[in-house]
Ligand binder design. Structure first.
Ligand code: AQP
Length: 334
């Protein structure tokens, strides 16, 4: 509890342009939580360097991501929006928690195995301990919930294990968080390989809808989406491509699966794909307009960055001091 409210933490990496999966699986759901929770949303730039980044690009993408959080509807007066690297407590708690995480459990993380196989020339220690930094991110704010997409479930399980392990030694230090994963949008699939999740690091640009893609590009990508050949608009596990499109259309229009199936009964894939593209383009247009407007307001974005880093540091340091005391670090002399 912070300020008499439950709290939450979530974040995204500044490694590429956000895609529709990031938006529907996470960002879009964050907005509805702002009144109920004391919320902390981070641009996790420290996580980003587990894969080599071009410095100027990383800085540019981190700022764009923070701006996109606001453009998507997060109010910085109600939600603490900040850069992870501006709050040193993340790194400090991460080091401590490294001493309470086991090699065996970290080596079972599917994201590590996946990213290590994609970056064979740079399997650095940070890639391996990434989930410990994520545990620190979450536990610093005594988070009750962590709103994420389905792919992050395993990391949150690990965060819970670390928190429970620590609490069992030192008493009730950390709130043990729960994942908050919505049923719809939790796993948006690639438009080109619909059995794989949509991913920032996919080299095929037609596989993902990026949040700043213009309407024509969005519609073109949906027209090219890989589907099966039976031409029936029906949600089914043996029809991953069309099922993915039905789910996306459902979120963009507010229609249920049954309503969509009925609406497109007897119609072809071509017509359906255009309708999905148009609905997504219409959903993203206000976010894009707001983004381009906010981007010009340098002073406003700078003030959000400064003020929110101070607020995040205040709460993070409270937890960090408590942890340091519990484990026996000497008290500071003031
Ligand atoms: N395809 C997806 N469907 C639903 N939610 C998704 N998320 C990611 N992909 C999908 C959610 O988006 C948030 C941001 O996560 P991240 O920046 O840490 O990126 P990630 O999970 O590593 O996935 P990306 O964006 O596709 O990047 P790469 O290619 O590097 O793996 C999280 O809440 C995540 O669950």
């Amino acid at each position: 509890m912070l300020n008499g409210k439950k709290s939450l933490f979530s974040g995204m990496q500044a490694t590429g342009t956000l895609h529709l999966g990031n938006y529907l699986g996470a960002l879009k759901n964050w907005i509805e939580l702002e009144d109920e929770y004391e919320s902390f949303y981070c641009v996790v730039d420290m996580h980003s360097i587990t894969v080599r980044q071009e410095p100027a690009e990383l800085r540019r993408k981190a700022r764009a991501l923070l701006t996109l959080y606001i453009a998507a509807g997060l109010n910085p007066e109600k939600n603490c929006i900040y850069y992870q690297s501006h709050v040193p407590a993340h790194a400090e708690l991460s080091w401590i928690l490294n001493c309470y995480a086991y090699m065996g459990e970290l080596s079972r993380m599917t994201q590590y195995k996946d990213k290590a196989s994609k970056n064979e020339n740079n399997i650095n220690a940070g890639l391996f301990t990434y989930p410990v930094l994520m545990a620190a991110d979450i536990l610093l704010f005594q988070s009750d919930i962590v709103p994420v997409g389905d792919d992050q479930k395993q990391h949150i399980e690990l965060t819970r294990d670390i928190a429970q392990r620590f609490n069992s030694i030192y008493g009730d230090v950390f709130t043990v968080p729960e994942p908050y994963i919505k049923k719809t949008g939790a796993r948006i699939m690639s438009l080109q390989e619909p059995t794989k999740k949509m991913s920032k690091s996919d080299e095929n640009l037609n596989a993902s809808i990026f949040l700043l893609d213009d309407s024509d590009t969005i519609i073109r990508k949906f027209k090219r989406a890989v589907t099966d050949s039976d031409n029936e608009i029906r949600h089914s596990s043996d029809k991953p491509g069309i099922s993915n499109l039905i789910e996306i259309y459902g979120i963009a229009t507010g229609k249920s699966i049954a309503e969509t199936e009925k609406e497109f009964e007897g119609k072809g894939y071509g017509e359906f794909k255009i309708a999905v593209g148009e609905s997504v383009a219409a959903m993203l247009k206000p976010v894009q307009d707001r983004f381009y407007e906010l981007e010009k307001d340098k002073a406003y974005i700078d003030s959000v960055i400064k003020n929110n880093a101070e607020k995040a540091s205040y709460y993070a340091n409270k937890t960090l001091r408590k942890v340091q005391k519990k484990i026996g670090f000497p008290e500071r002399i003031r």
